[in-house]
Design a protein around this ligand. Structure first.
Ligand code: ATP
Ligand code: MG
Length: 460
């Protein structure tokens, strides 16, 4: 991408160079024409004097004698005079003129050739002069122009670049501000410059557009929250009805009981989906979060204990590594537990029997959950946080989920200003890391303990 500032400067510099070149060529041409006219007028005047002399003497003197008289005349410069008959016979030729006409390239000179009729006879008059000074003047002008053009161009480009930068700075500011607005801070608006120009209009237009986007976004979140909320009760009724129906005595393997079990399974899945959607919609529309000091290790252990049966069922070894001192962050504990459950559920779900999962908290407010499972392909990795994205749908690994777990996990970490990162390679397990901001409101001494002794708990 070529920045607009550079483009503007380039166009401006090209136009400037073209104008400077045009002005310089015109100036050079004008000076050179003026000098030539000066020389020509001088030569015409000299020729007039010589012509008058010839006119006065041509009747009385033969040409050789007249030529000798001309050569010795001190009133004009005979060296630079030449006269030929109309047939081309040289009647008189001064030495300098002869030289100049013989070597026009070596001697800078100006020679004027004129036809004159004297006493019924046609002559060609040559009048010349040394043109060293005008040539030197023109040479100097050429050098001045040659050196001044790049200097002018350079300084004009620098000034142009600076002006373009100044003019575009507000655009850059608007672009930066607009780029920092996303679904988490949709209520933010651009500062409108009171410049009464296109920039003010641009900022106002973007703000109006943000108003509309925010309204739309809120409506969608509200709709999802309402719909999930409204659907929770009927699904719960279906579920409990199936459960109650299954309590009735009867043959264990009858088609009716199998159908009821399927209804129960599907309604359980549906209520999980509705919970996730409701949770996501609430996080999307969340106002100011209500965060309390939470010990990361404690919160992780509590969540782990609720999903451990899943690991035990699969014969997965679980290691929990935590420092002996609390690692305190400001957080919503219920949300954090949900986050750990989502990540542990994935780790257990995508790790085959006999594998292992390592859960670690460190003093830098970092939590890592590493598994030895099937891993994630590079092409799936950028999408796993998208809503309803399931990488394994094509390879059929693990029990079917909805693809909402990591989307929720990302929203939860965002609402805590934390980051979540997954490093994974296909068949080489996954490493999920959550980093909480270094000092998220907790005094440093409480948040970080110097004692880094670790605690290993192995569960099987
Ligand atoms: P849900 O969590 O909604 O029940 P899900 O587990 O399929 O469904 P996510 O938790 O969002 O959805 O994960 C998205 C996808 O990322 C998963 O389908 C899976 O392919 C992949 N994935 C996530 N965690 C792991 C992991 N630890 N190992 C391998 N693949 C993973
Ligand atoms: Mg999941």
């Amino acid at each position: 991408m070529i920045p607009l500032r550079a483009k503007l400067t380039l166009v401006y510099s090209i136009l400037f160079l073209a104008s400077v070149a045009a002005v310089e060529v015109a100036t050079y041409w004008g000076v050179s024409a003026a000098l030539d006219t000066l020389l020509e007028n001088e030569l015409i005047a000299r020729r007039a004097v010589v012509e008058e002399y010839v006119q006065n003497h041509v009747r009385r003197l033969e040409w050789p004698a007249l030529a000798a008289a001309l050569a010795n005349h001190r009133g004009f410069q005979p060296d630079w005079i030449g006269i030929e008959s109309s047939e081309g016979h040289v009647l008189f030729a001064g030495a300098a003129l002869r030289n100049a006409r013989a070597n026009p390239a070596i001697t800078p000179s100006r020679v004027l050739r004129e036809f004159r009729r004297i006493d019924g006879q046609d002559y060609v008059f040559f009048t010349g002069m040394d043109a060293n000074i005008p040539a030197a003047i023109l040479e100097r002008i050429r050098w001045i122009m040659l050196f001044s053009a790049p200097l002018l161009l350079l300084s004009a480009s620098a000034i142009g670049y600076w002006i373009a930068g100044r003019a575009l700075k507000p655009v850059q500011q608007i672009a930066n501000a607009a780029a920092s607005i996303d679904s988490r801070n949709l209520a933010t608006r651009l500062t409108v410059p009171a410049s009464r120009d296109e920039l003010q209009r641009l900022a106002e237009t973007i703000n109006h557009m943000l108003d509309r986007i925010e309204t739309g976004f809120r409506q969608i979140s509200q709709f999802t929250a309402n719909a999930s909320h409204e659907l929770r009760t009927p699904v719960a009724i279906i579920r409990s009805t199936a459960e109650v129906a299954l309590l009735h005595p009867g043959p264990a393997d009858s088609p009716e009981r199998n159908a009821l079990r399927r209804i129960l399974r599907q309604s359980e899945r549906n209520s999980q989906l509705l919970e996730d959607m409701l949770h996501l919609a609430r996080l999307d529309a969340a106002a100011a979060p209500n965060h309390q000091p939470v010990d990361l290790a404690r919160s992780l252990r509590a969540a782990a204990s609720s999903v451990l049966p899943l690991a035990q069922k699969q014969n997965i070894t679980v290691n929990i590594v935590t420092p002996p001192n609390p690692v305190i962050v400001l957080a919503d504990d219920a949300h954090l537990r949900r986050l750990w459950t989502i990540l542990l559920d994935n780790a257990f779900k995508y790790t085959p029997a006999g594998g292992s999962v390592r859960i670690a908290v460190d003093m830098d407010h970092e939590v890592s959950i590493q598994d030895t499972g099937c891993g994630i392909a590079p092409e799936d990795l950028p999408h796993v946080f998208d809503r309803f994205y399931r990488a394994d749908k094509s390879r059929g690994a693990g029990p079917a989920g909805f693809g909402l777990g990591l989307a929720l996990a990302r929203q939860i970490t965002r609402s805590h200003k934390a980051t979540i990162e997954i490093t994974s390679r296909l068949s080489q397990g996954a490493d999920v890391r959550i980093r909480f901001p270094k000092n998220n409101g907790i005094p440093h001494e409480t948040a970080v303990s110097a004692n880094s002794q670790v605690n290993h708990i192995a569960l099987k």
